[in-house]
Design a protein around this ligand. Structure first.
Ligand code: NZQ
Ligand code: ZN
Length: 388
Protein backbone atom coordinates (compact mmCIF):
# COMPACT_ATOMS: atom_id res chain seq x y z
CA UNK A 1 0.00 0.00 0.00
CA UNK A 2 1.02 3.65 -0.22
CA UNK A 3 2.35 5.49 2.81
CA UNK A 4 -0.40 7.49 4.46
CA UNK A 5 -1.43 9.76 7.28
CA UNK A 6 -4.99 9.19 8.44
CA UNK A 7 -6.84 12.12 9.95
CA UNK A 8 -10.55 12.33 10.69
CA UNK A 9 -11.65 14.49 13.61
CA UNK A 10 -15.45 14.27 13.21
CA UNK A 11 -17.31 13.21 16.36
CA UNK A 12 -20.06 10.84 15.24
CA UNK A 13 -23.31 10.39 17.14
CA UNK A 14 -25.12 7.41 15.70
CA UNK A 15 -28.56 6.13 16.64
CA UNK A 16 -31.85 7.10 18.25
CA UNK A 17 -32.03 9.77 20.93
CA UNK A 18 -28.57 11.19 20.37
CA UNK A 19 -29.82 14.56 19.12
CA UNK A 20 -31.97 15.06 22.20
CA UNK A 21 -29.11 14.08 24.49
CA UNK A 22 -26.10 15.75 22.93
CA UNK A 23 -26.98 18.43 20.35
CA UNK A 24 -27.23 21.35 22.78
CA UNK A 25 -23.91 20.67 24.47
CA UNK A 26 -22.11 20.11 21.17
CA UNK A 27 -23.44 23.37 19.73
CA UNK A 28 -22.60 25.39 22.84
CA UNK A 29 -18.96 24.30 22.67
CA UNK A 30 -18.60 26.61 19.67
CA UNK A 31 -20.69 29.61 20.73
CA UNK A 32 -24.22 30.87 20.89
CA UNK A 33 -24.89 32.10 17.36
CA UNK A 34 -25.69 29.49 14.76
CA UNK A 35 -26.45 29.55 11.04
CA UNK A 36 -29.01 26.82 10.51
CA UNK A 37 -28.71 25.59 6.91
CA UNK A 38 -31.33 23.38 5.26
CA UNK A 39 -32.82 22.48 1.92
CA UNK A 40 -36.20 22.80 0.25
CA UNK A 41 -38.36 22.00 3.24
CA UNK A 42 -38.24 18.25 3.90
CA UNK A 43 -37.11 18.94 7.48
CA UNK A 44 -40.14 21.17 8.05
CA UNK A 45 -42.48 18.49 6.75
CA UNK A 46 -41.06 15.64 8.81
CA UNK A 47 -40.74 17.49 12.12
CA UNK A 48 -36.94 17.60 12.34
CA UNK A 49 -36.88 21.40 12.03
CA UNK A 50 -39.18 21.77 15.06
CA UNK A 51 -37.11 19.30 17.04
CA UNK A 52 -33.79 21.02 16.30
CA UNK A 53 -35.00 24.58 16.79
CA UNK A 54 -36.75 23.52 20.00
CA UNK A 55 -33.44 22.23 21.34
CA UNK A 56 -31.60 25.40 20.27
CA UNK A 57 -34.25 27.61 21.89
CA UNK A 58 -34.16 25.71 25.14
CA UNK A 59 -30.35 25.92 25.18
CA UNK A 60 -30.42 29.71 24.74
CA UNK A 61 -28.74 29.50 21.34
CA UNK A 62 -29.60 32.20 18.84
CA UNK A 63 -29.94 31.12 15.20
CA UNK A 64 -30.24 32.57 11.73
CA UNK A 65 -31.42 30.52 8.78
CA UNK A 66 -30.27 29.79 5.26
CA UNK A 67 -32.97 27.69 3.63
CA UNK A 68 -33.63 26.49 0.11
CA UNK A 69 -30.24 24.91 -0.52
CA UNK A 70 -30.66 23.19 -3.87
CA UNK A 71 -29.80 19.56 -4.67
CA UNK A 72 -26.50 20.14 -6.51
CA UNK A 73 -25.96 23.25 -4.36
CA UNK A 74 -25.30 26.51 -6.12
CA UNK A 75 -22.40 28.91 -5.66
CA UNK A 76 -24.91 31.77 -5.39
CA UNK A 77 -26.41 30.14 -2.28
CA UNK A 78 -22.94 29.65 -0.83
CA UNK A 79 -22.25 33.35 -1.33
CA UNK A 80 -25.46 34.31 0.48
CA UNK A 81 -24.41 32.14 3.40
CA UNK A 82 -20.93 33.67 3.55
CA UNK A 83 -22.43 37.16 3.66
CA UNK A 84 -24.68 36.22 6.55
CA UNK A 85 -21.88 34.57 8.52
CA UNK A 86 -19.64 37.60 8.09
CA UNK A 87 -22.22 40.27 8.82
CA UNK A 88 -23.81 38.47 11.75
CA UNK A 89 -20.69 37.05 13.37
CA UNK A 90 -21.89 33.45 13.27
CA UNK A 91 -20.04 31.02 15.59
CA UNK A 92 -21.14 27.67 14.13
CA UNK A 93 -22.88 26.39 11.02
CA UNK A 94 -25.44 23.67 11.65
CA UNK A 95 -26.31 21.77 8.46
CA UNK A 96 -29.53 19.76 8.63
CA UNK A 97 -30.02 17.76 5.46
CA UNK A 98 -28.39 15.58 2.84
CA UNK A 99 -25.09 15.93 1.04
CA UNK A 100 -26.12 19.12 -0.75
CA UNK A 101 -26.92 20.98 2.47
CA UNK A 102 -23.74 19.73 4.12
CA UNK A 103 -21.55 20.55 1.10
CA UNK A 104 -23.05 24.03 0.83
CA UNK A 105 -22.33 24.53 4.53
CA UNK A 106 -18.72 23.41 4.09
CA UNK A 107 -18.27 25.97 1.32
CA UNK A 108 -19.80 28.69 3.47
CA UNK A 109 -17.57 27.69 6.38
CA UNK A 110 -14.43 27.90 4.22
CA UNK A 111 -15.54 30.99 2.32
CA UNK A 112 -16.24 32.98 5.48
CA UNK A 113 -12.62 32.61 6.57
CA UNK A 114 -11.16 33.16 3.11
CA UNK A 115 -10.22 36.64 1.94
CA UNK A 116 -10.64 35.98 -1.78
CA UNK A 117 -13.44 34.41 -3.80
CA UNK A 118 -14.46 30.99 -2.45
CA UNK A 119 -14.85 29.66 -6.01
CA UNK A 120 -11.06 29.97 -6.45
CA UNK A 121 -10.69 27.14 -3.94
CA UNK A 122 -12.89 24.86 -6.05
CA UNK A 123 -11.06 25.90 -9.19
CA UNK A 124 -7.80 24.92 -7.49
CA UNK A 125 -6.44 28.44 -7.79
CA UNK A 126 -6.19 28.87 -4.02
CA UNK A 127 -6.21 26.87 -0.81
CA UNK A 128 -8.55 27.34 2.10
CA UNK A 129 -7.10 29.29 4.99
CA UNK A 130 -9.55 28.22 7.68
CA UNK A 131 -13.22 27.53 8.24
CA UNK A 132 -16.00 28.24 10.67
CA UNK A 133 -16.86 25.19 12.77
CA UNK A 134 -19.56 23.01 11.22
CA UNK A 135 -21.95 20.48 12.73
CA UNK A 136 -24.35 18.28 10.77
CA UNK A 137 -27.58 16.39 11.23
CA UNK A 138 -27.76 13.93 8.37
CA UNK A 139 -31.13 13.20 6.73
CA UNK A 140 -30.12 11.14 3.68
CA UNK A 141 -27.69 8.24 3.45
CA UNK A 142 -25.57 8.74 0.36
CA UNK A 143 -22.53 10.95 0.14
CA UNK A 144 -20.54 10.40 3.35
CA UNK A 145 -20.23 14.20 3.60
CA UNK A 146 -21.15 13.88 7.28
CA UNK A 147 -17.69 12.48 8.00
CA UNK A 148 -15.38 13.81 5.33
CA UNK A 149 -13.88 17.13 4.37
CA UNK A 150 -15.01 17.27 0.74
CA UNK A 151 -17.89 19.06 -0.88
CA UNK A 152 -19.20 19.67 -4.37
CA UNK A 153 -20.54 23.02 -5.56
CA UNK A 154 -22.21 23.98 -8.85
CA UNK A 155 -21.58 27.26 -10.60
CA UNK A 156 -24.73 27.60 -12.66
CA UNK A 157 -23.41 30.59 -14.65
CA UNK A 158 -20.44 28.68 -16.04
CA UNK A 159 -22.07 25.21 -15.89
CA UNK A 160 -19.27 23.85 -13.74
CA UNK A 161 -19.61 21.44 -10.83
CA UNK A 162 -16.41 21.11 -8.85
CA UNK A 163 -15.32 19.27 -5.75
CA UNK A 164 -13.18 20.92 -3.13
CA UNK A 165 -12.37 20.86 0.51
CA UNK A 166 -9.66 21.20 3.07
CA UNK A 167 -8.57 19.76 6.39
CA UNK A 168 -10.65 22.59 7.94
CA UNK A 169 -13.96 21.35 6.55
CA UNK A 170 -14.44 18.11 8.42
CA UNK A 171 -17.63 18.52 10.44
CA UNK A 172 -16.82 18.90 14.14
CA UNK A 173 -19.75 16.64 14.90
CA UNK A 174 -22.43 14.74 12.98
CA UNK A 175 -25.70 13.26 14.19
CA UNK A 176 -26.85 10.22 12.23
CA UNK A 177 -30.22 8.93 13.36
CA UNK A 178 -31.69 6.63 10.72
CA UNK A 179 -35.23 7.67 11.72
CA UNK A 180 -34.46 10.99 10.07
CA UNK A 181 -34.18 9.14 6.76
CA UNK A 182 -37.60 7.44 6.93
CA UNK A 183 -39.14 10.18 4.78
CA UNK A 184 -36.48 10.06 2.05
CA UNK A 185 -38.45 9.35 -1.15
CA UNK A 186 -37.92 6.14 -3.09
CA UNK A 187 -35.95 7.73 -5.91
CA UNK A 188 -33.54 9.46 -3.52
CA UNK A 189 -33.10 6.21 -1.59
CA UNK A 190 -32.11 4.55 -4.86
CA UNK A 191 -29.71 7.37 -5.79
CA UNK A 192 -28.15 7.33 -2.34
CA UNK A 193 -27.58 3.58 -2.58
CA UNK A 194 -25.93 4.03 -5.97
CA UNK A 195 -23.71 6.81 -4.67
CA UNK A 196 -22.35 4.86 -1.70
CA UNK A 197 -21.85 1.82 -3.93
CA UNK A 198 -19.98 4.03 -6.38
CA UNK A 199 -17.69 5.29 -3.61
CA UNK A 200 -16.81 1.68 -2.84
CA UNK A 201 -16.04 1.00 -6.50
CA UNK A 202 -13.90 4.14 -6.71
CA UNK A 203 -11.77 2.82 -3.83
CA UNK A 204 -11.71 -0.76 -5.10
CA UNK A 205 -10.24 -0.16 -8.53
CA UNK A 206 -6.65 1.13 -8.43
CA UNK A 207 -3.19 -0.15 -9.32
CA UNK A 208 -1.72 -0.08 -5.77
CA UNK A 209 -0.39 -3.47 -4.68
CA UNK A 210 -0.72 -5.23 -1.32
CA UNK A 211 -4.11 -3.88 -0.31
CA UNK A 212 -5.83 -7.13 0.58
CA UNK A 213 -7.45 -5.86 3.78
CA UNK A 214 -8.68 -2.70 2.04
CA UNK A 215 -10.21 -4.86 -0.69
CA UNK A 216 -11.97 -7.08 1.83
CA UNK A 217 -13.26 -4.10 3.84
CA UNK A 218 -14.66 -2.59 0.64
CA UNK A 219 -16.18 -5.90 -0.41
CA UNK A 220 -17.86 -6.01 3.00
CA UNK A 221 -19.48 -2.63 2.46
CA UNK A 222 -20.50 -3.50 -1.11
CA UNK A 223 -22.02 -6.82 0.00
CA UNK A 224 -23.97 -5.03 2.73
CA UNK A 225 -25.29 -2.44 0.29
CA UNK A 226 -26.32 -5.15 -2.18
CA UNK A 227 -28.13 -7.02 0.60
CA UNK A 228 -29.75 -4.01 2.28
CA UNK A 229 -30.55 -1.43 -0.41
CA UNK A 230 -33.54 -3.40 -1.78
CA UNK A 231 -35.06 -3.47 1.73
CA UNK A 232 -34.53 0.26 2.30
CA UNK A 233 -36.01 1.03 -1.13
CA UNK A 234 -39.11 -1.10 -0.56
CA UNK A 235 -39.61 -0.51 3.17
CA UNK A 236 -38.61 3.10 3.91
CA UNK A 237 -39.42 2.88 7.62
CA UNK A 238 -37.43 -0.30 8.25
CA UNK A 239 -35.11 1.08 10.92
CA UNK A 240 -32.52 -1.66 10.65
CA UNK A 241 -32.21 -1.28 6.88
CA UNK A 242 -32.06 2.51 7.07
CA UNK A 243 -29.45 2.41 9.83
CA UNK A 244 -27.33 -0.11 7.96
CA UNK A 245 -27.46 2.00 4.80
CA UNK A 246 -26.53 5.10 6.77
CA UNK A 247 -23.52 3.35 8.24
CA UNK A 248 -22.54 2.08 4.77
CA UNK A 249 -22.70 5.62 3.41
CA UNK A 250 -20.51 6.98 6.19
CA UNK A 251 -17.98 4.17 5.92
CA UNK A 252 -17.83 4.34 2.14
CA UNK A 253 -16.35 7.82 2.17
CA UNK A 254 -14.80 8.65 5.53
CA UNK A 255 -11.35 7.33 4.63
CA UNK A 256 -11.44 4.23 6.79
CA UNK A 257 -11.78 1.50 4.17
CA UNK A 258 -9.27 2.96 1.74
CA UNK A 259 -6.20 3.92 3.73
CA UNK A 260 -3.03 3.72 1.67
CA UNK A 261 -4.98 3.58 -1.58
CA UNK A 262 -5.49 6.19 -4.23
CA UNK A 263 -8.78 5.28 -5.83
CA UNK A 264 -9.98 5.85 -9.36
CA UNK A 265 -12.64 8.62 -9.28
CA UNK A 266 -13.04 8.90 -13.06
CA UNK A 267 -16.77 8.12 -12.88
CA UNK A 268 -17.26 10.86 -10.30
CA UNK A 269 -15.41 13.35 -12.48
CA UNK A 270 -17.57 12.37 -15.48
CA UNK A 271 -20.80 12.45 -13.47
CA UNK A 272 -20.09 15.94 -12.20
CA UNK A 273 -19.89 17.12 -15.81
CA UNK A 274 -23.30 15.61 -16.54
CA UNK A 275 -24.99 17.13 -13.51
CA UNK A 276 -23.21 20.46 -14.09
CA UNK A 277 -25.12 20.82 -17.35
CA UNK A 278 -28.28 18.76 -16.82
CA UNK A 279 -28.74 19.08 -13.02
CA UNK A 280 -29.43 15.36 -12.62
CA UNK A 281 -29.13 13.54 -9.27
CA UNK A 282 -25.53 12.51 -8.64
CA UNK A 283 -26.33 8.88 -7.73
CA UNK A 284 -28.44 8.46 -10.88
CA UNK A 285 -25.58 9.63 -13.08
CA UNK A 286 -23.16 7.26 -11.37
CA UNK A 287 -25.52 4.30 -11.80
CA UNK A 288 -25.55 4.96 -15.53
CA UNK A 289 -21.81 5.48 -15.92
CA UNK A 290 -20.27 2.80 -13.74
CA UNK A 291 -21.15 -0.33 -15.76
CA UNK A 292 -19.99 1.36 -18.95
CA UNK A 293 -16.75 2.46 -17.32
CA UNK A 294 -16.28 -1.12 -16.10
CA UNK A 295 -16.70 -2.49 -19.63
CA UNK A 296 -14.16 0.05 -20.85
CA UNK A 297 -11.44 -0.60 -18.25
CA UNK A 298 -11.87 -4.28 -17.41
CA UNK A 299 -8.77 -5.38 -19.29
CA UNK A 300 -6.52 -3.20 -17.12
CA UNK A 301 -6.87 -5.79 -14.36
CA UNK A 302 -9.48 -8.51 -15.02
CA UNK A 303 -8.38 -10.28 -11.83
CA UNK A 304 -9.76 -7.45 -9.67
CA UNK A 305 -13.10 -7.63 -11.47
CA UNK A 306 -13.15 -11.42 -11.21
CA UNK A 307 -12.47 -11.16 -7.48
CA UNK A 308 -15.43 -8.79 -7.06
CA UNK A 309 -17.57 -11.16 -9.12
CA UNK A 310 -16.71 -14.18 -6.99
CA UNK A 311 -16.58 -12.67 -3.53
CA UNK A 312 -19.51 -10.25 -3.71
CA UNK A 313 -21.75 -11.56 -6.48
CA UNK A 314 -20.99 -15.27 -5.95
CA UNK A 315 -20.16 -15.95 -9.60
CA UNK A 316 -19.03 -19.57 -10.01
CA UNK A 317 -15.66 -19.49 -11.80
CA UNK A 318 -15.55 -23.17 -12.76
CA UNK A 319 -14.73 -23.76 -16.39
CA UNK A 320 -14.55 -20.03 -17.14
CA UNK A 321 -11.65 -17.76 -18.02
CA UNK A 322 -10.81 -14.93 -15.62
CA UNK A 323 -12.14 -12.45 -18.16
CA UNK A 324 -15.43 -14.33 -18.45
CA UNK A 325 -15.82 -14.26 -14.67
CA UNK A 326 -14.97 -10.54 -14.67
CA UNK A 327 -17.60 -9.82 -17.34
CA UNK A 328 -20.20 -11.87 -15.51
CA UNK A 329 -19.47 -9.76 -12.42
CA UNK A 330 -20.05 -6.56 -14.37
CA UNK A 331 -23.33 -8.01 -15.58
CA UNK A 332 -24.27 -8.69 -11.93
CA UNK A 333 -23.53 -5.05 -11.08
CA UNK A 334 -25.88 -4.02 -13.90
CA UNK A 335 -28.57 -6.44 -12.74
CA UNK A 336 -28.33 -5.19 -9.17
CA UNK A 337 -28.70 -1.56 -10.25
CA UNK A 338 -31.71 -2.42 -12.42
CA UNK A 339 -33.24 -4.47 -9.58
CA UNK A 340 -33.36 -1.46 -7.26
CA UNK A 341 -34.75 0.80 -9.98
CA UNK A 342 -31.66 2.83 -10.88
CA UNK A 343 -31.49 4.54 -14.28
CA UNK A 344 -29.39 2.78 -16.90
CA UNK A 345 -29.01 5.25 -19.76
CA UNK A 346 -28.50 8.99 -20.17
CA UNK A 347 -31.67 8.89 -22.25
CA UNK A 348 -33.55 8.14 -19.00
CA UNK A 349 -32.90 11.80 -18.16
CA UNK A 350 -33.59 12.96 -21.71
CA UNK A 351 -29.88 13.53 -22.35
CA UNK A 352 -28.72 13.23 -25.95
CA UNK A 353 -25.37 13.42 -27.67
CA UNK A 354 -25.14 17.17 -28.23
CA UNK A 355 -23.09 18.14 -25.13
CA UNK A 356 -20.93 15.02 -24.84
CA UNK A 357 -17.85 16.58 -26.46
CA UNK A 358 -17.99 19.55 -24.12
CA UNK A 359 -18.41 17.28 -21.10
CA UNK A 360 -15.46 15.13 -22.19
CA UNK A 361 -13.20 18.18 -22.52
CA UNK A 362 -14.33 19.66 -19.23
CA UNK A 363 -13.87 16.39 -17.35
CA UNK A 364 -10.13 16.48 -18.04
CA UNK A 365 -9.67 20.21 -17.46
CA UNK A 366 -7.16 19.49 -14.65
CA UNK A 367 -5.49 16.61 -16.55
CA UNK A 368 -6.34 12.96 -17.29
CA UNK A 369 -8.84 11.41 -14.86
CA UNK A 370 -8.82 7.98 -13.22
CA UNK A 371 -6.16 5.97 -11.51
CA UNK A 372 -7.11 2.39 -12.38
CA UNK A 373 -6.88 3.52 -16.00
CA UNK A 374 -5.95 7.08 -16.90
CA UNK A 375 -8.58 8.55 -19.19
CA UNK A 376 -8.16 11.40 -21.65
CA UNK A 377 -11.00 13.29 -23.29
CA UNK A 378 -11.39 10.71 -26.09
CA UNK A 379 -11.76 7.89 -23.54
CA UNK A 380 -14.33 9.92 -21.62
CA UNK A 381 -16.20 10.63 -24.83
CA UNK A 382 -16.38 6.92 -25.65
CA UNK A 383 -17.73 6.05 -22.21
CA UNK A 384 -20.30 8.84 -22.40
CA UNK A 385 -21.35 7.68 -25.88
CA UNK A 386 -21.80 4.13 -24.66
CA UNK A 387 -23.99 5.50 -21.85
CA UNK A 388 -26.46 7.21 -24.19
O1 NZQ B 1 -33.98 19.89 0.04
P1 NZQ B 1 -34.86 19.02 0.86
O2 NZQ B 1 -36.24 19.50 0.96
O3 NZQ B 1 -34.25 18.67 2.19
O4 NZQ B 1 -35.02 17.64 0.02
C1 NZQ B 1 -33.91 16.82 -0.32
C2 NZQ B 1 -33.54 16.89 -1.79
O5 NZQ B 1 -34.63 17.23 -2.58
C3 NZQ B 1 -34.36 15.39 -0.17
N1 NZQ B 1 -34.21 14.91 1.19
C4 NZQ B 1 -33.08 14.85 1.94
N2 NZQ B 1 -33.35 14.28 3.13
C5 NZQ B 1 -34.67 14.00 3.14
C6 NZQ B 1 -35.22 14.40 1.91
N3 NZQ B 1 -36.53 14.26 1.62
C7 NZQ B 1 -37.31 13.72 2.56
N4 NZQ B 1 -36.85 13.30 3.77
C8 NZQ B 1 -35.54 13.42 4.09
N5 NZQ B 1 -35.11 12.97 5.26
O6 NZQ B 1 -33.52 14.65 -1.03
C9 NZQ B 1 -33.17 15.47 -2.15
C10 NZQ B 1 -31.70 15.28 -2.46
O7 NZQ B 1 -30.89 15.77 -1.41
P2 NZQ B 1 -29.32 15.96 -1.63
O8 NZQ B 1 -28.76 16.52 -0.39
O9 NZQ B 1 -29.08 16.69 -2.91
O10 NZQ B 1 -28.82 14.45 -1.86
P3 NZQ B 1 -27.44 13.77 -1.57
O11 NZQ B 1 -27.25 13.53 -0.13
O12 NZQ B 1 -27.39 12.61 -2.48
O13 NZQ B 1 -26.35 14.86 -2.00
C11 NZQ B 1 -25.99 15.02 -3.34
C12 NZQ B 1 -24.90 16.08 -3.49
O14 NZQ B 1 -23.70 15.67 -2.80
C13 NZQ B 1 -22.59 15.68 -3.72
C14 NZQ B 1 -23.26 15.40 -5.04
O15 NZQ B 1 -22.45 15.73 -6.13
C15 NZQ B 1 -24.50 16.25 -4.94
O16 NZQ B 1 -24.21 17.60 -5.21
N6 NZQ B 1 -21.56 14.76 -3.26
C16 NZQ B 1 -20.89 15.05 -2.14
C17 NZQ B 1 -19.86 14.27 -1.66
C18 NZQ B 1 -19.12 14.62 -0.44
N7 NZQ B 1 -19.34 15.76 0.14
O17 NZQ B 1 -18.30 13.84 0.04
C19 NZQ B 1 -19.41 13.08 -2.38
C20 NZQ B 1 -20.37 12.60 -3.38
O18 NZQ B 1 -19.66 11.81 -4.30
C21 NZQ B 1 -21.15 13.66 -4.10
O19 NZQ B 1 -20.44 14.17 -5.21
ZN1 ZN C 1 -20.54 10.23 -5.01
Amino acid sequence: MNSFRFYNPTALYYGKGQIEKHLASEVKRYGTKVLLVYGGGSIKRNGLYDKVTGILKEAGVQWLELSGVEPNPRLTTVRRGIETCRSEGVDLILAVGGGSVIDCSKAIAMGTKFEGDVWDIYQRKAKATGALPLGTILTLAATGSEMNSGGVISNWDTKEKLGGGSPYTFPQFSFCDAENTFTVPKDQTIYGSCDMLAHCFEHYFHPTEHTSLQQRLIEGVISTIVETAPIAVESPTDYTARETMMYCSTMALNGMINMGVQGDWACHAMEHEISAIYDIPHGGGLAILFPHWMDYVVDENPARFAQLAERVFHVDPSGKSQREVALEGIQKVREFLVSIGAPTRLADYGIGADQLGRMAEQAVRFGPIGNFKKLGSQDVLRILESSL
